[in-house]
Design a protein around this ligand. Structure first.
Ligand SMILES: *[C@@H]1O[C@H](CO)[C@@H](O)[C@H](O)[C@H]1NC(C)=O
Ligand SMILES: *[C@@H]1O[C@H](CO)[C@@H](O)[C@H](O)[C@H]1NC(C)=O
Ligand SMILES: *[C@@H]1O[C@H](CO)[C@@H](O)[C@H](O)[C@H]1NC(C)=O
Ligand SMILES: *[C@@H]1O[C@H](CO)[C@@H](O)[C@H](O)[C@H]1NC(C)=O
Ligand SMILES: *[C@@H]1O[C@H](CO)[C@@H](O)[C@H](O)[C@H]1NC(C)=O
Ligand SMILES: *[C@@H]1O[C@H](CO)[C@@H](O)[C@H](O)[C@H]1NC(C)=O
Length: 492
């Protein structure tokens, strides 16, 4: 399903800096050398922090909130590119898109960039049984049509059989016919196979946990959920949690005046769905009819609650099998949107290795295309407070020194049919962003896809938003900051 980061596109107009919620749950002892700890890595597709644990008042996510309540919750975690395949390859190899050279859906890093080790591969090589359920790597050539088997996994990865119906006509419309809609609440007994992919993935993951209970080796189980990625195909009972009259609109649904056209995402993937097509929304700027905006938000929230019940089933099984006290649970999304500490998803690799007591891979040299095992992110181990380390209190780094980097490619200066997911050969411009605790600064610069080279003297547009005064990033200060003032503006 080659669909990129659509979850944010219709709720947040313009390029949204793919900040993602990551809750790294950890009920481990500091002494992890005696008993190897298991890893359960839960990856959710297109989840933004519409969750109770991130302060959302409307969304019901009791199971994820419960996990977060005894976990380290990162308030400012950023994906390195807000598109499924590049983001997953980036954080699963611990390298940035400019190193994996994957910005689209069309190449396998081992042959295209370098033979980079992955998180599961590293655990496998260190004696773990590694298992993949659902959407972990993006399917297709980006993981060599095998989810990077056999390098990353001990067994062939599991894919739910009902996955193939995600984009087919299974949504009953008001006309009584079946459609391939964006909004797709379903009666599960009526859909093909009488089940949904995330339900099947949960069941498979629980079976694997049961098998692992008696295993002599520790396990690394990655479970990739499909929802709340579009289409919003979820059991219809979850819609009742969100009566339409209770759904507010996005606080800033207008395209901001100062937004450079190159930054705008024309949400072409959403327009392809039958129910959206029928609205005949003008390309590229819309607007989406207000009542349909409400329905999109209702279905996104309902999909999140449905996902939450799956996470709840999985974590209950971990408890019931008495594996919870020996398993590190890491919960993340490939991208989405947020709103303390700034972290990047490329740091997942060194952090999980450190938490499990494995040797943390060394920092990558520049360039690192020839180095199989290294990491571009940071080991975030010092962020975790262990029960038996009370005397060593949690010491965050100086937030002003922290920076999260991300990037997004574009085929042209103005929105067009392939703006949200250009193929490598069509990339003409790369947007590079830095996010600090105070601001987000983006420059859109010329990019040569044959050489993988950005030209920072060829600036097409810029964006600058200050977090405190403009948390929703609606007032671009870039032009005000030109002529030598930029440096002053950015100084704390
Ligand atoms: C871990 O625990 C074992 C046994 O209790 C002890 O011998 C060892 O020194 C501990 N290691 C660390 C790093 O604390
Ligand atoms: C790539 O890495 C894998 C896993 O370490 C190894 O088996 C394979 O031989 C390597 N391939 C090349 C071309 O170096
Ligand atoms: C990718 O898959 C093909 C077909 O299974 C296989 O022949 C090839 O060796 C794989 N590539 C790598 C780098 O392992
Ligand atoms: C909808 O809003 C009303 C009024 O604020 C509130 O009483 C009701 O509980 C809400 N319904 C749900 C399902 O949240
Ligand atoms: C769609 O909208 C365009 C104007 O934006 C209009 O010209 C066209 O007739 C509309 N098509 C339908 C089928 O309503
Ligand atoms: C986890 O808990 C179970 C039962 O509650 C206990 O048998 C087991 O020894 C514990 N494991 C660890 C590593 O503490």
């Amino acid at each position: 399903m080659p669909t990129p980061g659509s979850g944010r596109g219709f709720l947040w107009l313009g390029l949204v800096l793919s900040s993602v919620c990551v809750a790294l749950g950890c009920e481990t002892q500091a002494n992890s050398t005696t008993d190897a700890l298991n890893i359960l890595l839960i990856i959710v597709d297109d989840l933004r922090p519409s969750l109770g644990c991130y302060g959302d008042k409307l969304v019901r996510s009791p199971n994820i909130d419960q996990l977060a309540s005894h976990s380290l919750l990162f308030q400012n975690a950023f994906a390195q590119q807000a598109v499924c395949a590049p983001s997953r390859v980036s954080f699963l190899t611990g390298r940035r898109p400019d190193t994996t050279r994957l910005y689209d859906f069309n190449s396998y890093w081992r042959v295209h960039a370098g033979n980079f080790s992955t998180i599961p591969q590293y655990f496998k090589e260190n004696g773990y049984v590694t298992m993949s359920v659902g959407k972990v790597f993006h399917p297709g050539i980006t993981s060599n049509h095998t989810d990077d088997s056999p390098y990353s996994w001990s067994f062939p990865p599991y894919h739910p059989s009902s996955e193939k119906y995600e984009n087919t006509k299974t949504c009953r419309g008001p006309d009584g016919e079946l459609h391939a809609n964006l909004l797709c609440p379903v009666d599960v007994v009526d859909v093909p196979e009488g089940t949904l992919p995330d339900k099947q993935s949960t069941e498979q993951a629980i079976q694997l946990l049961e098998k692992m209970k008696t295993s002599a080796s520790p396990f690394f189980l990655a479970v990739g959920y499909h929802k709340p990625h579009i289409p919003f195909r979820y059991p219809k009972e979850f819609q009742k949690l969100y009566p339409l009259e209770n759904i507010t609109l996005a606080p800033d649904s207008e395209v901001p005046d100062g937004l450079p056209p190159v930054a705008y995402n024309p949400w072409m993937d959403i327009r392809q769905r039958e129910d959206v097509q029928a609205l005949n929304i003008s390309v590229p700027y819309g607007p989406i009819p207000v009542e349909f905006q409400r329905k999109i938000r209702q279905s996104y929230f309902a999909s999140v609650s449905y996902l939450d019940t799956q996470v709840g089933r999985l974590l209950s099984a971990l408890d019931d099998l008495q594996l919870a006290n020996s398993t590190i649970v890491a919960f993340t999304s490939d991208h989405g949107r947020q709103s303390m500490d700034l972290v990047e998803l490329v740091s997942l690799f060194p952090t999980l290795a450190g938490l499990a007591g494995l040797q943390v891979p060394p920092r990558c040299p520049v360039p690192s295309f020839h180095v199989e095992l290294c990491r571009e992110g940071k080991n975030l181990l010092k962020h975790f407070r262990f029960r038996d380390l009370e005397e060593d209190p949690y010491l965050p780094g100086n937030p002003r020194e922290l920076i999260a980097y991300s990037q997004y490619p574009r085929p042209a200066d103005f929105p067009q049919w392939n703006s949200d997911k250009p193929s490598l050969k069509d990339i003409k411009i790369m947007g590079y962003s830095i996010r600090t605790i105070d601001y987000r600064y983006t420059v859109w610069v010329g990019f040569n896809p044959d050489e993988f080279l950005a030209n920072f003297s060829d600036i097409h547009a810029g964006e600058l938003y200050f977090v405190d005064s403009d948390p929703l990033q609606d007032h671009n200060m870039y032009n005000d900051s030109q002529g030598g003032d930029l440096f002053q503006l950015l100084m704390p």
